[in-house]
Design a protein around this ligand. Structure first.
Ligand code: FO1
Length: 344
């Protein structure tokens, strides 16, 4: 069973842990000749940035740390047991951003990554080395090896809200961590899309999948950014695998993060059905065959089915490994039914 997941960082990590667990339970590798399974995670790279001379890949690192079990579960990013001695010095030197903390252990990752990049390795090759340190049980794949860093067009925050304030482009991470997504985003833009291509192995992971899962990550700046990489939408349209997504919205509210600020910026309601329609039904040229909504949103199922989505209301809250695995199981079950329907 080959499972490919499109994921961002923090919300994606929780879901991918569930996918890994459920895959292990359903397809214990090689025992009794049972079918083996493989999980490939296509990771958003739009949050990535250069800061203090090092290359950060926040979504990749959130998944890496969470799947390795070394993540800070409180903050949702960075390393457990972190210290900030170097960050204090960087702040004294005025290097980096005072609102963006680079922990000591985390800096170890960024220094290793930057060192390998300077040796000529690609982000994909760097990712292979980083995940080689811990047996993750899944393969993390940056969506592209091109630097596509998301930037956000806003009214100049220093123009004191003047109606004719000029616009400025902020790196997504400044908009997200300094301004907490409070500045209305006029546009999200990725860099270098004219030369960006899926990273090696990404198009194949989609084409060869038995199921493609869309994690409950930010539909705009995480999943949306993966979809802007030329070639990825085409691969998703062409794969024989059913594409099943999980709503990041429960009862009209985001589960975590500030996806609502991103959705409103592109004119999409913060609603489980609205996000599905934003992604589009595959039968109508969009992304999704199936869509899982929370039981709180069961009333949306009939309308979604009328729009061509194989929708289903299931428990969506991922409180722990078991609930995350159960959610992954619901996605696997829906995908199996979709494959059976297609077979008919
Ligand atoms: N998020 C914050 O809100 N404040 C921070 O200081 C911060 C530092 C940071 C450093 C490394 C890293 O990989 C992630 C970091 N994040 C921080 C989280 C980051 O904004 C998110 O992981 C995603 O990029 C947005 O979902």
């Amino acid at each position: 069973m080959r499972i490919t997941v499109l994921a961002g960082g923090v919300g994606g990590a929780r879901f991918v842990r569930g996918v890994r667990e459920e895959a292990r339970r359903r397809w214990p590798d090689g025992q009794g000749g049972s079918e083996a399974s493989a999980v490939d995670v296509i990771v958003n790279t739009g949050d990535d940035l250069w800061l203090a001379g090092v290359r950060l890949m926040p979504d990749f690192d959130s998944l890496l740390y969470a799947l390795a079990g070394v993540n800070d579960t409180e903050r949702g990013w960075g390393r457990a047991g972190e210290t900030e001695r170097v960050a204090a010095e960087l702040s004294e030197w005025g290097v980096g951003w005072p609102w963006f903390t680079l922990g000591d252990l985390d800096l170890g990752t960024h220094l290793a990554r930057t060192s390998w990049l300077r040796d000529g390795l690609t982000p994909t090759q760097v990712g292979e080395r980083l995940q080689g340190r811990w047996p993750l049980g899944v393969r993390l794949r940056p969506a592209t090896d091109t630097e596509v860093d998301t930037h956000v067009l806003v009214q100049d925050p220093d123009a004191a809200g003047a109606s004719d304030a000029p616009t400025v482009e902020l790196h997504f991470q400044e908009w997200w961590t300094r301004y907490r997504a409070s500045l209305p985003a006029l546009e999200f833009r990725q860099r270098n899309l004219d030369v960006a291509r899926p990273a090696p192995g990404v198009a194949e992971a989609i084409a060869d999948a038995d199921v493609v899962l869309v994690a409950p990550s930010n539909p705009v700046v995480s999943i949306g950014t993966i979809l802007t990489i030329p070639g990825i939408r085409e691969a998703l349209a062409a794969t024989s695998a059913p594409v099943v997504g999980v709503s990041p919205i429960i009862g009209g509210a985001v589960v975590r993060g500030m996806a609502d600020a991103c959705l409103s910026a592109i004119g999409v309601e913060t609603d489980a059905a609205a996000v599905a329609r934003h992604y589009g039904a595959r039968s109508a040229g969009g992304l999704l065959d199936g869509w899982l909504v929370a039981e709180e949103d069961a009333a949306e199922v009939e309308g979604l089915r009328a729009h061509g989505f194989a929708a289903r209301a299931v428990p969506l809250w991922m409180r722990d490994l078991d609930t995350s695995a159960a959610l992954a199981g619901e996605a696997f079950d829906l995908a199996r039914e979709l494959r059976a329907d297609r077979g008919r």
